[in-house]
Design a protein around this ligand. Structure first.
Ligand code: GCU
Length: 530
């Protein structure tokens, strides 16, 4: 089949960056009757009916209990302990790890999705070994269930959340941006002292006339009721790649090579400016009344298998050079990028123009996984948007469809905690699934989006995870998705969880952003006196 371009994605070593895969338009709309927690299809051997291999866009807390739900404890204890103590991280982190991996086949046949049962979000084991506790109130969710699930996500999948550090804004520059916007550019020093690591942030505020929406209130001049809601996202290749603005600073460190950006020596270049601007439609967001900010993820963790050494992790006291010292729940790139988002939020909320109660975190693909984890770890984010985040993001792992745990932890070992790789081929033994990371957003608004041609990310698995997370919003008297019927293509749906499946390939486009803004405007209205 020709429309499965991400079926056999390149290894890390082969990566061609972001923006390289404007994949083909597709296929008919899908309408699928679904079961929220299990499928009853008879499991059959995995096969694959596809694919023309393609070169995808490879762009490139408190004290928490980590006890597994009781029903799973016996099965998990031995492998978890072994992993936490002895996993030779170095073996999973060699840049050519994927080259040594056994060849894997990927399933794209819905009939071959295995039978599975998801962990019950609202049933938590009692600490004293007595019967499991049913979670029936918002308080019980927030004080018992949520910390338990968050700890399991840390220990089995993403690694520990990183500690906050002081953030100092340096080289702050204000100037006119495109289309009457105001640009604020800052270098944020993350930690103590002048040598602490830094990230460059670019923030655009809408012009006072707000483009074609003059009826909107004028952007804030410090009046609390007029502060701006803000979309914040990380980018793959440098701020300059997503903006045509000549004043946007260019990263000095490693950037991924890519056809779209024209980078072939992992060094950022001026000629990449604006090459990925379609991913960040600033004017569209301004016309809807939103400020918008971005930063380059590689500022804190270069996105390659050896990126840990050049990451911020040593500055936070993590060992990166001695594999024997690395724990199974060691944070990977996703936890580090999520930390970057929180540190940028630390700065955003100090700005008089920004409404600190309405900062929305958005991410695409690997950075969509990151947005979910950032929203899980930092409840100051008012809303979370995951765009085509797939495996390790919004898509259910137990559905063996598209990318697998084996594949992702082989190609991208640096993204996750080392323990996650031990669930390769044993997804049904994970004490969590991806509905758990979605539920971490509750009761805040959550938006999940998919693309029809992006079967590698398992659109239906992303939708089903959103359905399965819904009962947690129910505890708070809020509607989750409001349906378990897969929607028509290009037709957003939802209550406090929103969802759409866009026609077209794996990408983040103005169409996606328009739906995010529509949803945010509905679920996060300005309140008097903010
Ligand atoms: C690869 C990877 C995905 C990831 C994507 C991206 O396709 O397998 O898990 O989401 O890259 O970040 O673009």
């Amino acid at each position: 089949m020709e429309c499965e371009e991400r079926a056999n994605p390149p290894s890390t070593a082969e990566m061609v960056p972001h923006g390289a895969d404007r994949r083909r338009r597709p296929s008919p709309s899908i309408r699928v009757p679904i079961r929220a927690t299990s499928t009853s299809l008879r499991p059959r051997p995995i096969g694959y009916d596809l694919p023309v291999p393609h070169r995808a866009r490879e762009t490139g807390a408190g004290s928490l209990s980590t006890a597994a739900p009781r029903s799973l404890t016996m099965r998990l204890r031995a492998p978890l302990i072994a992993t936490i103590l002895f996993l030779p991280l170095a073996a999973t982190m060699t840049p050519d790890a994927s080259a040594q991996a056994p060849k894997e086949e990927f399933n794209y046949d819905e009939a071959l999705v295995r039978e599975y049962t998801l962990p019950d979000l609202l049933m938590i084991p009692a600490g004293d070994g007595s019967d499991s506790e049913a979670i029936t109130s918002p308080e019980a969710w927030l004080t018992v269930a949520r910390p338990r699930w968050l700890g399991l996500l840390e220990s089995t999948e993403y690694g520990r959340l990183l500690p906050a550090v002081p953030v100092t804004a340096e080289h702050v520059e204000r100037g006119p941006g495109p289309d009457g916007a105001t640009r604020i550019q800052a270098r944020l020093r993350l930690g103590h002292g002048p040598d602490a690591p830094a990230t460059e942030v670019i923030l655009y505020l809408p012009s006072p006339s707000r483009g074609d929406k003059p009826e909107l209130p004028s952007p804030s001049r410090g009046d609390a009721s007029e502060r701006l809601p803000t979309f914040l996202h990380l980018n793959f290749s440098g701020n300059h790649a997503e903006s045509t603005d000549p004043a946007v600073r260019i990263p000095s460190g490693w950037v991924p090579n890519g056809k779209d950006t024209g980078v072939d020596d992992n060094r950022a270049k001026a000629s990449s400016r604006g090459t990925l601007a379609s991913r960040w439609p600033v004017k569209l967001l301004h016309d809807r009344g939103y400020a918008t900010a971005t930063a380059y993820c590689g500022d804190v963790f270069p996105d390659h298998a050896d990126g840990r050494k050049a990451s911020v992790l040593p500055s936070l006291g993590y060992v990166v050079h001695d594999a024997r010292m690395v724990r199974g729940d060691e944070p990977g790139a996703i936890s580090t990028w999520a930390w970057q988002l929180s540190r940028i939020l630390d700065w955003l909320v100090t700005l008089p123009e920004i409404d600190p109660t309405r900062v929305i975190v958005v991410g695409h693909s690997r950075l969509g996984k990151t947005a979910l984890w950032a929203g899980a770890g930092d409840e100051r984010f008012a809303m979370v948007v995951s765009n085509e985040s797939g495996c390790g993001g919004a898509a259910l792992e137990r559905r063996n469809y598209g990318e697998t745990v084996r594949r992702i932890t082989t190609s991208f070992p640096h993204w996750f905690a080392p323990t996650f790789a031990t669930y390769a081929g044993r997804e049904t033994e994970l004490p969590v699934d991806q509905h758990v990371v979605l539920a971490m957003t509750a009761p805040r608004p959550l938006y999940v989006s998919s693309a029809v041609e992006d079967r590698w990310a398992d659109p239906r698995g992303e939708f089903l995870a959103a359905v399965a997370a819904g009962p947690v919003w129910g505890l708070f008297g809020r509607e989750g998705l409001g349906t378990d019927t897969f929607p028509a293509v290009d037709t957003p749906i939802g209550g406090t969880i929103g969802y759409h499946i866009r026609s077209g390939p794996h990408d983040i486009t103005a169409v996606d952003w328009g739906h995010f803004a529509d949803f945010a405007t509905r679920v996060l209205p300005a309140r008097e006196g903010r």
